[in-house]
Structures are given as C-alpha cells and as structure tokens.
Design a protein around this ligand. Structure first.
Ligand SMILES: *Cc1c(COP(=O)(O)O)cnc(C)c1O
Length: 408
C-alpha cells in the first residue's frame, strides 16, 4: 500500500536540489542561461521565464495580432493555453488531432485556415513530435506565425534538431511534472528575426510570494519522488479524494491541479520570477538528459512489448514524424474510469484527467467545434508511468495489473 507508483518522475537526485538549497558562495559557478541552451538552439534566441505559459503570453504581446484574429490550435490540449489566447482577445479555432500522435492533424489544419487566421499553435503532445514538415509548409504558404508548445518535448527532435526552432517561437516548461524540473521556470525561444525587436519583460512580485512559491514547489517535488510518494503523497491524495467526494470541493485542486478551471486567468504577479538556481538545476539534468530519455524509452518499450497481446489497448505511434523523448506514455483504453479505478487498487496512478478536448469545455463553448478524435482521446486516453528509474519489479506490477483487468 505504501509502494505506490506515481504517474511521473523527472528522475531528480537529492544533489540536484543543491543549487536551490545551498547559498551561492558554497557553489561552483555554473553556466549562464544562454550558454546552457546554445547547443540546443544554435540560431535562435532564448529568454528565461517564470513558467512556460509566460512564453506564449510574451510571444502574443510581441506579435500584436489584430483583435479577433484566429489562432489554429489542437482541440486535445492543456486548457490554460487556450485561456491565454482568449484573454488576449484572439479566437481559438480548434483543429482535430491525429489519433496516433495526439498532435494537430495537418489536413484538418489546412481546411480551417481563413483570411482571419494569424497563427498556428502546435503542441508536441506527450513529447511526440507533430508533423512539422506539413505545418511549416502551410504556415509559409499562408503567411502565418508558427508557435510550438514544447512543454513536454525537451529532447524530442524533428529532422535531427530539437523541436521548438522550426517556426517563429516556442515555449518550454521546467515545472515539477516535466521531463526536467527546476521547481518552476520556463523559456521562450524566438527566431532571429523576431528576437531583433524583443525585450524580455521583468515583473516585480513580493519577495514573500516569491520565496513561498518556490518553497511549495520544492516540497511537492520532493514528496513526488517515487520512493517517498507512496508514503506521503498517495495517502494525502486518497484522503483528499474521499473528502472531496463528501463535498470539500476546495480539495479538488489539490487532487488534480490541472483540472479544467473555468475561472483561471493568467496574471504576471502571482508567480515566482525565474531564479539563478534554476539554470544550475537544469545544467545538472541536461548533462544526463540523453540517458534519462534512453531509460524512459527502454521502460516504455518493455511495457508496450509485454502488453502487445492485450487487444483492448491501442498504443500511439510516437516516432511517426520525428523522434519522441519518452516524456509521457499514452494509451487508449476502452473505459478510462474503470481503468483508473483498477490501477489505483493496484497502487498505480495513471492520471487520466490533465488534458481534454478543449473544444467541448463549457468555458470555450463560444468556440465549440466537432473534433471527434480529440473527444475520443479525452474520453479514452490514460498515461502509464514510464519514468527512467523504474525497477523491473514495478514494470512487472504495471503489466500484471493491466493484464488482470483485461484477462479473458
Ligand atoms: C505544463 C504545460 C505548459 C506550460 O505550463 P507552465 O505551468 O506555465 O510551465 C504548456 N503546455 C502544456 C501542454 C503543458 O503541459
């Protein structure tokens, strides 16, 4: 019961936290932000951000699109990104997904381009590269801006290059649930042309807020470490689920923080700024990113292979348009609620409630569209834990739990 398998781990080691914990005079000088990312983005400019979403916000401010211009965006998405578009007085136009990659379907994309379209927002969902060849060609043909959401996609490549530098701009996120985690922070990538006229804004937030914001993330990150998760996090979440079922609705946010929140508004004053120690935490993790990815791919392949005979499962085609980084392992199941409950009984978390068909959300009803494959993903897709440091015993537990659900 204490041996719960969480749905995600960035694979942090205790000494990865030292840049945060130790005063700077006790640390050797690390790399500068720009130097750290130079090899990933040789011809683009990079700017640190308090979190990933700031990058999209600043990109939109920089481009100054006309009010009510249309932004083409995947319907199966992180709803916060759509909120930002609406808040900026742009109109999200939902494009359906390719069910094998969870990314924007380029054929549907082309059909939805109009005279009012100003930009395409491509998400490399679960770290799976989208069909960039087609997306780039369409954006050039129709003179549209191209922005890549690479929150899951650090280490994913298209044509041998890190995704996020094939269009005009991109966002990366270094939050707790991402492949590298520096207790928050994010990055805006801009192509050379847009970078010429861009200055990165600095915000003032209270130092108490800044300290608390990072400290809370430190605690959550620490207790999300797989060995500690079962003892601390899982019982707390279970208790919150029970209390939430009995009407303590406030606890729902704790149980599933990324759940659709109709009242969410982006603001520049409620988040810790980007901090020096984040660069040092990233440097440590980037030095073993290749190994982290190789381990994730090995665990994913083993789980997929051992469940290959389970006909109820439908797997994705992660390398269809590029090379996947193993960020999140997704699979379609017949009944998500039944699957979730069954795995929970086996102390495995599959977190089925983070991404949705945004075209069906009440808060975007004004932009509602029929996107059948996104609706299907919303209703049937779950995530299987696939972190690199997973033991053989735990891989076997996952396989056995799923087999026992679908045994004839
Ligand atoms: C995490 C995430 C982001 C950025 O989130 P921040 O919390 O602002 O760092 C953007 N898009 C997707 C798909 C994400 O999962």
């Amino acid at each position: 019961m204490f041996n719960v398998i969480p749905y995600h781990s960035s694979g942090l080691r205790i000494n990865d936290y030292l840049p945060y914990l130790l005063p700077s005079f006790l640390q050797k000088k690390g790399m500068a932000f720009n130097d750290l990312w130079k090899s990933y983005f040789p011809d683009a400019a990079v700017y640190p951000q308090p979190s990933g979403r700031y990058a999209l916000w600043h990109f939109l401010e920089h481009c100054q699109f006309e009010e009510n211009s249309e932004v083409l965006v995947s319907a199966y998405n992180y709803y916060v990104m759509i909120r930002l578009l609406v808040q900026k007085k742009l109109r999200p136009v939902f494009v359906d997904i390719d069910p094998e990659t969870l990314c924007m379907d380029s054929t549907d994309l082309e059909q939805k381009i109009t005279k009012k379209t100003c930009m395409v927002l491509v998400t490399h969902m679960f770290g799976i590269p989208a069909d960039m060849k087609k997306n780039i060609a369409l954006c050039e043909q129709y003179n549209l801006k191209l922005f890549e959401d690479c929150a899951h996609a650090l280490g994913s490549t298209h044509g041998d290059r890190q995704v996020g530098q094939h269009g005009d701009g991109a966002l990366f996120s270094f939050g707790i649930a991402k492949i590298t985690n520096s207790l928050g922070g994010g990055m805006l990538v801009l192509n050379e042309k847009l970078a010429q006229t861009y200055t990165n804004p600095q915000y003032k937030v209270s130092s108490l807020l800044s300290i608390m914001d990072t400290a809370v993330r430190f605690v959550i990150s620490l207790v999300s470490t797989p060995q500690i998760y079962g003892v601390l996090m899982a019982p707390l979440i279970n208790l919150s689920v029970k209390l939430a079922e009995h009407g303590h609705y406030g606890l729902r946010n704790f149980v599933s923080p990324s759940q659709n929140d109709a009242f969410y508004l982006f603001s520049t004053n409620n988040r810790a700024p980007y901090k020096e120690f984040m660069t040092a935490m990233q440097e440590r993790q980037l030095s073993r990113l290749k190994k982290n990815i190789a381990n994730r791919l090995r665990v994913s392949a083993e789980i997929k292979n051992r469940l290959a005979h389970t006909s109820q499962l439908r797997w994705l085609d992660e390398n269809k348009f590029g090379i996947w980084n193993g960020s999140y392992l997704g699979v379609y199941v017949p009944d998500k609620a039944v699957f979730d409950k069954h795995l929970r009984r086996h102390s495995i978390v599959c977190n089925p409630q983070e991404f949705f068909d945004c075209s069906r959300l009440q808060q975007f009803s004004e932009f509602s569209t029929d996107c059948k494959k996104s609706t299907y993903a919303s209703d049937h897709l779950v995530r299987i834990p696939n972190y690199g440091e997973m033991s053989e015993t735990n891989i076997s537990r996952i396989v056995a739990a799923i087999e026992s659900l679908y045994k004839p």
